[in-house]
Write a protein that binds this ligand. Structure first.
Ligand SMILES: Cc1ncc(COP(=O)(O)O)c(C=O)c1O
Ligand SMILES: N[C@@H](CCCC[NH3+])C(=O)O
Length: 452
């Protein structure tokens, strides 16, 4: 019997989501609100586009952007989607259509935003510790919204470039608030020992110095304490320190009009855990509302006159994407069973890099006893795994499996290691599916070398 499973369900806590019709035995019961998104069966996608392939749901992305905006509706704000999470042009376009802005960290990301039109650039915040003169010039000429400056040396370089081009630059200092946030150490950014931002204790003096440059307008304060943060508390601590600083800076005579709270709101990578019914207790909407409340309380001290900039990445796109891959081989080494897929760590590096958990769902699960397996890729690294000692229904060569919650830091962090072309990407829009990035070919990889 065909039952429905919505592998993107968690992002909306949807029930009865008829996303994928599997001849399997899962049922998607993950919560409260119901949404019918009729999407194509994954089998069809695998046949049409081959594997591995990233599959995204446009509905889910749009729903997340709207959910985020709803939570902040009482506060003047601009959601600036963090492009690094997923920088595929069709995804950016979708988010642009929701009137969002963009958080970028390189000239390359700015070029991507510019493909949406010049207007999109006016809603860009430019973060990053290592901006080059060329990147600053492009951003100045593109008339971006604001530069989040991360060092005194960068202020000087930006002031020089702005003077040369005779273009006024709005700047925020990204302050380092020395706030601990529980997450993987590689993606924690808010402690003094991290490379990010300017020590908040020095910030007033740095603002005073910045204000002397004719072509710089110090009008914002920004902070970003890390990524995949599941509790509201550290965001509250960071924003309170920022608000205190804004009060002081205003007393110092600066016209601070922007507070940028950064990104970092986490998701539940276990939300679809379990096999007898996908879904979990994570309520994304409640989570973002709690986050909004935590940010808005300290901001009240500023009595309006401030636009809150937000830079969510993962929260908007992670759960709207999955990586569809086919089992190549199943083999035993001693007591271990390895399920070897055609996707590898080069396609999705999060498990290898952070020991990150991603749910893995067989598309046609076999009934019967589950087995403890390692799901691994074909790359020549022992770290090339998607799951270790995971209890899964029996898998055989040829089976399709979906690696869930892969919409953020999936393809954008992929590489060509082992000379593996990157996967295709497909967007599901209502009843239609669209190839938004073709699979790379070996020619794509070697052409730059043949050209020299
Ligand atoms: C400055 C900045 N803003 C926004 C983000 C987006 O973070 P997330 O995807 O966790 O929301 C990042 C990544 O951590 C970042 O470094
Ligand atoms: N790449 C990380 C997030 C990094 C955020 C960068 N500021 C992840 O996959 O979780």
């Amino acid at each position: 019997m065909a039952l429905s499973v919505c592998l993107f369900s968690n992002s909306l806590q949807s029930v009865e989501c008829e996303a994928f019709i599997f001849p399997g035995s899962f049922s998607a019961n993950s919560g409260k609100r119901s949404q019918n998104a009729r999407l194509a069966p994954l089998h069809t996608l695998a046949r049409k586009y081959n594997t591995p392939v990233y599959v995204y749901s446009a509905d889910q992305i749009v729903a997340r952007v709207r959910m985020f905006a709803r939570a902040f509706q009482e506060i003047p704000h601009l959601v600036c989607y963090s492009v690094k999470a997923n920088s595929t042009l069709a995804i950016l376009k979708l988010i642009d259509q929701q009137d969002a802005g963009f958080d970028i960290v390189s000239g390359g990301e700015l070029e991507r935003v510019l493909t949406l039109g010049k207007k999109a650039a006016h809603r860009v915040v430019f973060s990053g510790v290592g901006k080059t003169a060329v990147e600053l010039d492009l951003a100045l000429r593109s008339d971006i919204l604001i530069f989040n400056v991360e060092s005194e040396a960068e202020i000087e370089l930006l002031a020089e470039r702005a003077r040369k081009l005779r273009i006024q630059a709005k700047i925020a200092l990204r302050v380092n608030p020395d706030v601990f946030a529980e997450t993987h150490p590689y993606i924690s950014t808010g402690l003094r020992e991290h490379k990010f931002g300017i020590d908040i204790r020095k910030a007033r003096a740095v603002y005073r110095a910045a204000a002397k440059f004719r072509y710089l307008d110090p009008c914002g304060v920004s902070v970003h304490i890390g990524s995949q943060i599941r509790s509201a508390e550290p965001f509250g601590a960071a924003i309170s320190r920022v608000v205190d600083l804004v009060v002081q800076l205003r007393r110092d005579g600066l016209n601070i009009r922007y507070v940028d709270a950064g990104g970092g709101l986490g998701i539940d990578y276990h939300a679809n855990a379990g096999t007898a019914g996908l879904g979990g207790s994570f309520d994304a909407e409640a989570h973002v509302h709690a986050y909004a409340k935590t940010l808005s309380e300290p901001l009240q001290q500023l009595e309006g006159n401030v636009t809150l900039l937000l830079e969510p990445g993962r929260f908007l796109v992670a759960q709207a994407g999955l990586l569809l891959t086919r089992v190549l081989y199943v083999k035993k080494n001693g007591k271990k069973t390895f399920v070897i897929t055609d996707a590898g760590m080069n396609d999705l590096i999060r498990p290898a890099l952070y020991h990150a958990h991603h749910e893995i769902v067989p598309i046609e699960p076999r009934p019967g006893r589950k087995r403890l397996v390692d799901v691994v890729g074909p790359v020549c690294e022992t770290g090339d795994f998607f799951a270790r000692d995971r209890l899964l229904p029996e898998l055989r060569a040829g089976d399709l499996v979906a690696i869930l919650d892969a919409g953020a830091y999936g393809n954008s962090l992929s590489s060509n290691y082992n000379s593996r072309p990157r996967p295709a990407e497909v967007l599901i829009e209502g009843r239609h599916t669209r190839l938004i990035r073709r699979r790379e070919t070996i020619q794509d990889l070697i052409r730059p070398e043949l050209e020299v």
